[in-house]
Design a protein around this ligand. Sequence first.
Ligand code: PHE
Ligand code: ZN
Length: 877
Amino acid sequence: MKDATPQTIYLKNYRVPDFLIDNTDLVFDLHKDYCRVTSALTLRRNPDSQNQTAALTLNGGSGLDLQRIERDGQALSQEQYVRTEDALTISQMPDNCVITTEVLIKPHLNTTMMGLYKSRTLYCTQCEAEGFRNITFYLDRPDVMSEFTSKLIADRQQYPVLLSNGNAIEQGTVDDGRHYVVWHDPFKKPAYLFALVAGDLSVVEDTFTTQSGRDIRLQIFVEQKDLNKCDHAMLSLKNAMDWDEQTYGREYDLDRFMIVAVDDFNMGAMENKGLNIFNTSAVLANPQTTTDAAFQRVEGIVAHEYFHNWSGNRVTCRDWFQLSLKEGFTVYRDAQFSADMNSSVVKRIEDVVYLRTYQFAEDAGPMSHPVQPDSYMEINNFYTLTVYEKGAEVVGMIHALLGDKKFRQGSDLYFSRHDGQAVTIEEFVGAMEEVSGTDLQQFRRWYKQSGTPVVEVQSTYNAEAKTYSLTFTQSCPNTPGQSHKKPFIIPIKLGLVGADGQDLPLNSKGDQSIVHPLSQATETLVFENISEPPVPSLLRGFSAPVKLNYAYTSDQLAHLMTHDSDGFNRWDAGQTLCFCVLQQLIENQIAGRELVMDKQLTEVFASLLSDHSLDPAMVNLMLQLPSEAQLHERADIIHVQAIHRARQFARKSIAQALQEQLLHTYQRLTETEDYAPVSQQIARRALRNTVLGYLMQIDNIGVDLAWQQFNSANNMTDKAAALTALVNCPAAQDKAQQALQAFEQQYAEETLAINLWLQIQATNAQPDGLQRIKALMETSAFSINNPNKVRSLIGAFCASNPINFHELDGSGYQFLQQQIIQLNDLNPQVAARLVTPLTRWKKLPEPNRRLMRDALQQIANQDGLVKDVREIVTKSL
Ligand code: PHE
Ligand code: ZN
């Protein structure tokens, strides 16, 4: 993994494998400080290979200590194979044979959380993308699909539960208190979907009857102490299974579906066939220890991993350049699911905020890449917002262009035609094209061109002719390795809102909303019989992942906010207004002018608070000022302090102007029902806590409320919101300290709650943030070895506490640089992800720009940099 000049892998160099593996028979003999892995691979030459005399090259990391190697039962001599740092090559291969290898590995020393490793007391694996090669020698590529049989042997007392993919077909005891279980997975799969787990786990069980009447055994395995936190995941799983049958006609295939929760995990969760492995943060939930947001995240991730059983496992990826084939589609599917389970407008707004804040920033930065990248050094660096979230938007646009019926037909064709295959994005688009007869040739550019397209819109109204025209001009900024982009197909959903607030008919059919597939660099749409100048409602539901600009007046925005029939655009009009106001404040702050709050925005907020007929979920979203991170994304130059101060000024001004109404709203929303993580309650809590956040801006008003809420809350959402409010309030620091202590004591045994506690402190915008982080790192609440804790403390500080991270002396950058270098040796993936905030150095003014660059350069100068970190640092410099 340590590599001075990492190799670049190119999509254009893809070749089919020279060999296929029909059967994979594995034995895992788990011992205290090693594991013996015996593998018997039934190999055959690939008839499609160009080279019918090729040697066999198996991937295998340097951690594999080779004990034995045989071909068809005959030991190979030293001359018959070559072992390099990352492979094993066997020459003179017959067309069919069985290669048996035996290796020793050291899971207890594996800190990378790839391959076989230990999380606290249990053994588990993570093989995507290329972790299997650290377990045994293999053709570790997704287009090699094999039938797996795995025998697990371990001490019965310490590891009573032994799990792998598929069905348990045999079990028994061996000597010395050891036992074994043999698992067989009847579905062919690539090695990245392999999993095993061994530990002392408790289980929550349920059943699901499929549409064809099969009973599936559902099991969630956790540590005993977490048995009370599985209900929500189980319910989410059953809802997801039902939904996938209803919506995509997809039924579960095996007789068992298992989820295992582990504390040490690099990502959210993993869709291993029949045996999903989850980060505890993505599966455990309980009102006392889990926030509403975390409840919803659990629901989404459980569904996501379950949906992969079809979009990912039954139909998998040919190579890692096709990653979005499974991830974009599956994120799209889980978003549809969450929208159906909760409020679809709310879900859409949340997703768009996320995309605009983080994916747009990625697409404008040095790591910008297409949804289908054409090269990479380290594939782990391409599990990105672009592949996942933009990839999902692209699938959503296909859906919008084809309509519900054709989209479903296309998905059915895709699944049936490619079941059991490893395919490319082209097969997915091809199936959609075939059923619909829609030409998606130009549309395919969404997969190949990086960068966020910009659409400028201008309007003219001709009173005499009663025509209204909209002229669209699209462009896309240059991105690394790509200039002169060709026009995209941009589905623009739009309507025209009349003076009375009603949608005007747009054509002779009377449609009030249409989807226009913009395809040229410039296009004009003319609407007839328009008897008054309307307000255009553009990009309804955020119908394409673009930046759309239209010069709205604030009156027009106010009109859309109250009348637009599209809920998303009602919210977005408010956001546009907020941006204009904040932009002005930021400019004045930079120029040293006095800040004056915009009256209109305050009035809009006042009317939102006074109209009790409005959906609290929408009111809450509309009261959110764009985050500092989103303002950073929108800025050409990031003036960290000015942005922070301007936004704080706006918050305070709004709070002062609307004090009465805010207080009234806070009181009105006091929950009377028992806690449940259901959308209506979630919305009321969210609005109430947003209001609390505003009230904290006024000296002496909010502190008592927050303190009271902290002490009386019967759920984690209200508790954590109150704690956040106190911690961030200069006038409440005594109480904040007391609350932090009380929280820490109350949840001492609850790892996830303690991680939240770390995160709340990490994002505290009060001065001296870095000192607090460093102090927390010395406590037992933190551990550099646990990715969740690293993300909660270091990650949150560097990515979500800009005012402290960007201290003018560069101390934040120095700190991050040191952490990355330390993690480089422990956990390359976590280290690489931490680099992101530094990669944005070009957008900062001096001296930050230079200091950030220096920090990156110092990382680059390190010896022994893993390629994960090297790739990002090199591309950023
Ligand atoms: N494939 C997982 C998902 O999206 C993510 C993952 C990638 C997990 C790599 C672990 C390692 O569901
Ligand atoms: Zn996924």
